[in-house]
Design a protein around this ligand. Sequence first.
Ligand SMILES: *[C@@H]1O[C@H](CO)[C@@H](O)[C@H](O)[C@H]1NC(C)=O
Ligand SMILES: *[C@@H]1O[C@H](CO)[C@@H](O)[C@H](O)[C@H]1NC(C)=O
Ligand SMILES: *[C@@H]1O[C@H](CO)[C@@H](O)[C@H](O)[C@H]1NC(C)=O
Length: 355
Amino acid sequence: MVHLNGLSAVLALASLTAAQCGSGNPDAKVTGGGNSFTATRGSTNLYSGSDYRLAIQRAVDSIGEGQRVSVMASGNIGASTITITSGKTFEGCGTITAAIKSGAGAIEVTNQASVSIPYLTMAGSTYFGLRFSGTRNLTLGQINFNLDRGMGIRFDRDRAANTNVRMDTITCNGGTSHCVETWNIDKLSVGSVIGRNVGECGLLIQKVTNARIGSVDCENCATGTGYAALRFANEAGKLNGAYNTNIYVDRVRARGGGRGIFCVSQSGGAEIASIDVANTGNNAILLENCYNVNIKGGTVSGGGEVRLAARSEFANSRDIAITLRVDGTSVRESPCTVNKTKWNLSGNGRRNICT
Ligand SMILES: *[C@@H]1O[C@H](CO)[C@@H](O)[C@H](O)[C@H]1NC(C)=O
Ligand SMILES: *[C@@H]1O[C@H](CO)[C@@H](O)[C@H](O)[C@H]1NC(C)=O
Ligand SMILES: *[C@@H]1O[C@H](CO)[C@@H](O)[C@H](O)[C@H]1NC(C)=O
């Protein structure tokens, strides 16, 4: 036992040490910089030349399932797409700069299993930074976007659905669209989404079921729009035709920007443990035609009103529960939701709610 414990301690330490981009012995590598890139697999040269994208794609294509490619070099792939297939681990250790390729991702994974991207830093402008559909067991680790224009991560609306998606920490600085836009995922786990000066949503959840979200933390996301730090839309949380709770969010923080939390178009089945929303330019919270949404605590300070609403095109909201301190802005429920909203409000915000 003593030996085993000692060994596992050593192994634990080794795996901690290994947990660094490009560390250990990646099966393939891209090195170089400026106008000169080299892709190697072991001692085999796969590419030497000025085309950063080609160097990366050659390295990715050279490895097999269970193997890893580390892109050590920084460079510019331009308006193009890198594709990654099943079982491969892709590490972006340098900064991968991209340009907009209309309708496409700078990196795409389509109909593949067990792709892992533990590290990535992407800059420049994108249509989609990372684009996914039909993935199974996809893992994203520490992903950083520093974008002028475009979107960080997109799961497609009109392509095959995904199962078992895990994201650790996704950070977006800038960009004109969403930091993370999901569609069609069953079993989603997100550590945190951090948005700073993002054009649209921090995290957008659509047709997603069985999700666990750690935190969404947005400063100046979606300014001047109806988007939000966290938005549920298009039947998010609708599971087998019902809205039993299957989306769990630990924490939402929003400062400034557009909306804080926005639930719309027949979404729900969601519970948010704690929120901290201040000075949003649009609604701090808007729930519109949503079913079984429970906000269990936290604060709203200033900004646009907390609003329960409904459009006539869908069934009225129902089974809403909100425990919240609201100061410096109003709370309005109109129309009254079905099954009487369970309000537990404190704070000085004016109220116009159904009791
Ligand atoms: C996904 O991972 C689970 C274990 O986490 C495994 O049982 C399953 O076979 C994997 N599916 C695919 C398609 O790789
Ligand atoms: C109201 O709530 C009850 C129990 O929670 C549920 O059975 C019923 O379906 C709800 N009614 C509507 C119209 O959603
Ligand atoms: C109402 O909220 C307070 C916290 O502000 C909490 O202590 C109390 O348990 C809540 N009451 C109900 C009925 O949920």
